[in-house]
Design a protein around this ligand. Sequence first.
Ligand SMILES: O=C(O)CCC(=O)C(=O)O
Length: 313
Amino acid sequence: MAGFGQFGQFTGRGDEHRGADIGAVLPGALSAALDEPFSPSAEQRAAFVRDGHIRLPRLLPPALVAALGEALEEQAALRRGLPGEGGAINRQPHFEQIGGMWTHGGLAQRFSFSQRLASAAAGLMGVRGSLLHHDNFLDKAAGNSHTPWHCDQQYWPLQQLGDRIGVVTTWVPLSDCPREAGALMFASGSHRWRPGGAADTGVDVHGLRISAVSEREVWKRAQAERCAVACDSYMLGDVSFHAGWTLHRAPANATGIPRAVHTIQYAAEDARWSAEARAGAATALGGEQRAGELLRSNGVPMVWHEGTADARL
Ligand SMILES: O=C(O)CCC(=O)C(=O)O
């Protein structure tokens, strides 16, 4: 077992549970909507590159997200009861994270292989193909605390692609998500913060693991940078995308209703393993990971490639 989920481990490819028929088949129209490619406008891409995040209202039909959400809840419930899932389930005061959803098949896999989401991610990154690095189900129960400020890319063994955004997290709330339920918020432009300058607080905020320290230090830096903090509410069907180095957090869930979210982490088609990748760690990502090599294995499927009818490996 090995994992690169930012908050914990996820299991191998899950072949042992692959037979489980989790959730119903999507009705045809919803199935088609899940795979209808989306090409961000020039304005949307420019905003994403500038701010490091963007929320696309109603990118998916609400009925589709509701159906997928039900299937994910079922899969989560099933996995909570399975022996051997301990490494894939990470319980924190801010949420419970279940990694590797797609590896268990069913509608979770359909969700994470969505051509619509993967094409949107590729368009925002400005590349022709998106690789599915991993996915997570995040359950912020009623009363769970805030998710501290942090960024994602520090957790992934991927090289930086010059000054390009090469890694994107897609955040899909599975019900309406007002701010007070724990809607994701972003420090705009924080993916471009560099050391030095008047706003530098002397702490590498992008290297801080999610914790009380990251919560305090990122906020200090955000104030010094006088950066705008985006904290929108989400309607069912809204989807946000944030860059790997964008600092983000979520408020506590102050409602009486659980806030479930599906997240999908994509890498650009030309992403390469960094020196932190471990040769021999073939289980989780389905192939050897050698520093400097392109990500190419069944464990990191190319879910979208422009001009290819079905890029799935
Ligand atoms: O949903 C949350 O509370 C945080 C999610 C997050 O940090 C992420 O998806 O990168």
